[in-house]
Design a protein around this ligand. Structure first.
Ligand SMILES: Nc1ncnc2c1ncn2[C@@H]1O[C@H](COP(=O)(O)OP(=O)(O)O)[C@@H](O)[C@H]1O
Ligand SMILES: [Mg+2]
Length: 255
């Protein structure tokens, strides 16, 4: 299977020689085309640092990150901006919708910036909105939307450019369990129906159980990795919980 993302022996240090944190200490893994992967680990284990290096918000100290066989640790200037705008879709914890734009305009924004013609924008926004069941609310402003609708608008916005990779850092972290479930169902639609490749950071076993593979990190290194395979989500959830226990139960310390 084609590798969408290849993380090759990356390190990330913060600070200086006398006071150094190895936030990432030699991590390597691949994500396949169309795969849905979770990264789990205790608070401070390096999850956000890892995601920020992949999203190019932060730079690795050493190692390589290939997205579609392009080493994104080497990109600068215009090509870096283009990568962020066109190849990576973000789902933020607080959704970050712009209050003064309608749902349609929020979803369309990235395409408008890319100067895609209006007819194509209209078609792409409507296609994705209907897949996510929000075609009836496209003319509403964020304050007129329910929490679940806002989530779906945020998912549609992340997906509308057909990015190579969707990144989400603790997407359910601030949600009650019902809203969390709705967001996870939304990500499932992106993955299963729209073939999105998703990499999500979470410390929540329930959230991780929606993905196809979970990579556990501890102290900046990969500790273990498990696949859902033919298991039910409940069985996968139990397996994730078992590894959390093995890791010392410390994963949940900051819930
Ligand atoms: N900008 C930074 N400067 C210095 N240390 C940092 C910075 N960001 C993260 N760290 C440190 O790197 C380690 C990993 O942090 P982080 O990736 O945020 O973990 P997680 O997301 O798993 O909670 C922690 O020890 C944290 O204190
Ligand atoms: Mg974090």
């Amino acid at each position: 299977m084609e590798k969408r993302l290849r993380i090759q022996d990356i390190e990330k240090y913060y600070g200086n020689k006398s006071n150094m944190t190895k936030a990432i200490n030699h991590i390597s893994f691949d994500v396949n085309d169309g795969e849905y992967v979770s990264i789990m680990g205790a608070s401070g284990s390096g999850k956000s640092t890892l995601l920020n290096c992949i999203s190019t918000i932060d730079r690795v100290t050493s190692g390589h990150i290939f997205l579609n066989n392009v080493d994104i640790t080497k990109l600068k200037g215009k090509r870096l901006n283009q990568l962020r705008r066109e190849e990576i879709g973000f789902i933020f914890q607080d959704f970050n919708l712009l209050d003064t734009l309608t749902a349609f305009e929020n979803i369309a924004l990235a395409l408008t910036i890319q100067k895609v013609n209006y007819k194509d924008i209209d078609r792409r926004v409507h296609d994705i909105a209907s897949a996510l069941g929000i075609d009836q609310v496209l003319q509403k402003y964020p304050y007129e939307l329910s929490g679940g609708q806002k989530q779906r608008v945020a998912c549609a916005r992340a997906m509308v450019t057909k990015p190579s990779l969707i990144l989400a850092d603790e997407p359910t972290g601030a949600l009650d369990s019902r809203s969390a479930r709705m967001l996870l169902e939304c990500l499932e639609v992106l993955n299963e129906q729209l073939n999105a490749t998703i990499l999500m950071v979470t410390h929540d076993a329930f959230t991780a159980s929606y993905s196809q593979r979970v990579i556990f990190i501890k102290d900046g290194q990969i500790f273990n990795e498990i696949k859902k395979g033919d298991k039910t989500r409940k069985q996968f959830f139990n397996e994730i919980m078992d590894i959390q226990t093995l890791l010392g139960g410390e994963l949940n310390e900051d819930i």
